[in-house]
Design a protein around this ligand. Structure first.
Ligand SMILES: Cc1cc2nc3c(=O)[nH]c(=O)nc-3n(C[C@H](O)[C@H](O)[C@H](O)COP(=O)(O)OP(=O)(O)OC[C@H]3O[C@@H](n4cnc5c(N)ncnc54)[C@H](O)[C@@H]3O)c2cc1C
Length: 261
């Protein structure tokens, strides 16, 4: 099944699985008659529509960042896509997705490319730094899977911030990647709060000191820093979203190469 950026198409819900108190994975498969989605780029997002509230043809749509299964090699068709969704209180589309049942259909369009030349990036940079917050881990996982599958030999350091220890999502997938990279990938799990004092990684909101400590001092001409997270984190860490100029901690530290999702 070939997705289209222009037109919404129905896909089928495989299941909805809660992964943390505030987030779940919704897994989607192609609509009837297709066994797989046509090959998808790295990194990409899709748009999902909620037409359930539509009275007059108007509907809401939001972008999401699917995960390709580990078993699927880059450039190959994929039988299903998993989407990590954070459920916001009163959130329209995240609430709509949380209520889906296996066999339901949802409307999607895409893919929308979020990284122009992943192959060139991996060739050029022997070191990758990643700063992710919450569901911002999803595009990092797309890149990590691609790097692992294409034999990237450089070093990767990921700083991954969550609200608390229970909200750390997809640790199993990250652990599997750490093993695959055989000592060349390090993950620092940061939590905003640690009331019981059990956390062994950085504690507190992401700060300049935390980033310096995990990713090193700038400038580093051989390293690209990828960053993705909720708007307040993007503001503090990178001076805002993709369309805004680099600012925040990453600019102050002086990293030369930064890609904001
Ligand atoms: C390129 C891109 C990729 C994305 N990928 C994912 C993904 O893989 N998984 C995922 O869960 N989300 C992702 N998002 C965010 C997603 O598109 C929606 O914004 C989010 O699901 C909230 O939509 P909603 O309709 O549930 O909430 P809304 O009805 O729009 O808002 C409800 C409440 O939630 C608050 N809120 C909404 N969005 C955010 C936010 N990002 N941070 C903090 N508060 C917020 C609003 O202020 C409001 O109070 C992505 C966003 C972009 C731009």
């Amino acid at each position: 099944m070939q997705l289209s950026p222009e037109a919404f198409q129905p896909v089928v819900v495989r299941g909805v699985t809660r992964v943390t108190p505030s987030s779940f994975i919704i897994s989607i498969t192609p609509s009837q008659g297709f066994s797989a989605f046509a090959p998808l780029p790295v990194a990409f997002s899709i748009s999902i529509a909620d037409k359930s509230m539509s009275l007059d043809g108007a509907f809401e749509q939001r972008p999401y960042t699917p995960l390709i299964p580990n078993s699927v090699q880059p450039g190959m068709p994929t039988p299903y896509l998993d989407i990590l969704v954070k459920q916001y209180v009163g959130g329209q589309v995240s609430g709509f997705l949380a209520a889906r049942q296996p066999g339901d259909t949802v409307l999607v369009r895409g893919p929308f490319i979020k990284l122009q030349d992943p192959e060139g990036m991996l060739k050029r940079f022997p070191r990758i730094g990643m700063v992710a917050g919450g569901t911002g881990i999803a595009p990092m996982l797309q890149v990590l899977r691609y790097a692992a599958a294409t034999g990237y030999t450089g070093r990767i350091t990921l700083l991954y911030g969550s609200l608390n220890r229970d909200e750390i999502a997809l640790k199993d997938r990250l652990d599997a990647l750490v093993l695959e990279f055989e000592g060349r990938m390090t993950v620092h799990y940061a939590v905003d709060g640690d009331p019981d004092g059990q956390h062994s990684g950085p504690v507190g909101l992401m700060s300049e000191a935390m980033i310096r400590e995990c990713l090193g001092e700038g400038p580093q001409s051989d390293m690209i820093v990828l960053v993705c997270g909720p708007p307040p984190m993007m503001k503090a860490v990178g001076g805002g979203g993709r369309k805004e100029p680099l600012g925040g901690f990453l600019k102050d530290i002086g990293y030369e190469h930064v890609h904001k999702y």
